[in-house]
Design a protein around this ligand. Structure first.
Ligand code: ADP
Ligand code: ASP
Ligand code: MG
Length: 457
């Protein structure tokens, strides 16, 4: 069997879902399990309505819900035709009534907890998986809707729940294998799961890729296909640099590093369950299904280029923590990291000197409170509008002089932090956000003008 995951844009409207139907049809003999994201932007909209309701703004919440309802009705209507849609309409209606009921409840209490947020957010994938199942069946592909909450068992860390693999694998086999045996395509929503006692959870933004990997690993898939809106993993974000080229094959480690540092084409954790079982993952374009995409393999072949790709993560804040020299005692770093932990702010890049530490974090609302807390330990400054640029490639391990080449290209650029070595395959630095387009353009030109044809398309 194989797992085929379709992201938000690949189920975003009628045309996209019809493309999905064609793609799945071609793979039917390989026994696919289909995992879908919510329709593009639906999760953002659901979170916006939850937030409005939490602030007591019932009107806005229900208005947003109405817009989402219409989009789903319209898409389902176009996909199913009048006769089938009449039946299906009622089914969708029940979900939207329940969603509105939930929003009214949240607004009445005026409080939004992570647990209720998950209840609201889960509607995106619940609805898209229903529509996709109906569309597949209506277009001649026998398919069955599987509620992910019956299969993906997680802990109760709402909004970033972790799967419990033993229980999940058992449930996946029990619920999906009989469908595969009778050649019905199981369709599941990504991103959602439930605790052992059945409370709805979600596994983190962008988590449908992870769901696909969990399903693939649980059922020992021959491969996992991540269908998205670009030709595969590219040498850099094609929306930033149109000259970006497709990477034909990349190692698990490189792909994970790229994902971590901003190449959102793949969720970082995706690679984990797949690595452990040596299952190949492909990134493919649902708008250009004939393209071979990118294969993510345990080991990448030797590559003549220094790097595989450049990732960029914007909206970064640098936090500088400087201790008076005499106070720099043992335990200082621990105290700093404990403060980040207390405020639940994850750190990406760290650099230290005798008296100070600089750290980067995603810009967010928790920073002022964190800074106030850190100020009890030392002098603190923080500055937003920064970006992390990360060059990734396994050749970094062995080739001397690469850093000199990179920074030689950028001799006039103000570089705020540099880090290399943690994984041995990335060279990472922090610049002003405004400088991103120019810097990436120059690096791309310098390192990707001539490409090893065994690795790049
Ligand atoms: P999906 O909705 O299918 O999960 P995402 O929006 O999460 O899709 O990821 C696809 C997007 O990732 C692309 O549209 C592209 O803008 C972005 N992206 C960033 N870096 C890269 C890269 N190196 N290669 C390909 N896509 C990238
Ligand atoms: N719909 C979820 C999100 O937007 C999960 C996903 O698309 O992967 O974060
Ligand atoms: Mg994604």
């Amino acid at each position: 069997m194989i797992v085929m995951k379709f992201g938000g844009t690949s189920v975003g409207d009628t045309a996209a879902i019809l493309r999905l139907v064609d793609i799945v049809k071609q793979r039917q003999p390989e026994k696919p399990v289909v995992v879908v994201s919510a329709m593009s932007k639906a999760t953002d909209q659901l979170l916006a309505m939850a937030k409005a309701a939490g602030e007591g703004d019932r009107k806005t919440a229900l208005k947003l819900s109405r817009t989402l309802r219409e989009r789903h009705y319209n898409t389902a209507g176009e996909l199913l035709g009048t006769a089938l849609f009449t039946q299906f309409h009622g089914d969708l209606g029940i979900d939207f009534e329940a969603l509105d009921e939930l929003l009214r409840g949240i607004a009445a209490v005026g409080e939004l907890t992570p647990r209720t947020t998950d209840h609201v957010a889960a509607y995106g994938e619940m609805l898209s998986s229903k529509i996709v199942t109906a569309a597949l069946s209506a277009h001649g592909v026998p398919s069955t809707l599987v509620d992910s909450r019956d299969c993906i068992v997680t802990d109760s860390a709402h909004m970033r729940a972790a799967p419990l693999f033993t229980e999940t694998n058992e449930r996946l086999t029990k619920n999906l294998q009989p469908l595969l045996d009778k050649s019905s395509v199981p369709v599941m929503g990504g991103f959602i799961g439930a605790t052992k006692t059945g409370v709805t959870t979600t596994i983190g933004r962008g988590g449908s890729d992870y769901s696909a990997a969990i399903v693939g690993a649980g059922l020992n898939a021959e491969r996992i296909e991540i269908w998205t809106d670009v030709d595969g993993m590219m040498t850099t974000d094609p929306n930033l640099i149109p000259e970006a080229r497709r990477i034909k094959v990349i190692s698990f480690d490189e792909a994970a590093e790229l994902a971590y540092f901003g190449a959102k084409v793949l969720h970082p954790a995706t690679v984990l369950p797949a690595i452990q079982k040596n299952i190949p993952v492909y990134v493919l374009n649902s708008r250009n299904a004939a393209c071979e995409g990118t294969r993510i393999a345990a080991r990448a072949p030797h590559c003549k280029n220094f790097f595989k790709a450049i990732a960029v993560k914007k909206r970064i804040t640098i936090v500088d923590v400087a201790a008076p020299r005499m106070l720099l005692a043992h335990g200082f770093l621990r105290a700093i990291f404990e403060a980040f932990d207390r405020h639940q702010v994850p750190v990406d890049v760290v650099s230290t000197s005798e008296v100070s530490v600089s750290l980067t974090v995603d810009s967010n609302e928790a920073i002022p409170a964190l800074a106030a807390d850190l100020a009890k330990l030392a002098d603190v400054k923080y500055e937003g509008r920064k970006a992390i640029v990360c060059l990734v490639g396994e050749n970094l391990r062995e080739t001397p002089g690469i850093a000199a080449r990179v920074f030689g290209e950028l001799s006039d650029v103000k570089i705020r932090m540099i880090s290399q070595g943690a994984s041995e395959i990335n060279l990472t630095f922090v610049i002003e956000e405004d400088a991103v387009p120019g810097v990436v353009q120059r690096l791309h030109k310098a390192f990707f003008s001539e490409l090893d044809s065994a690795v790049f398309a």
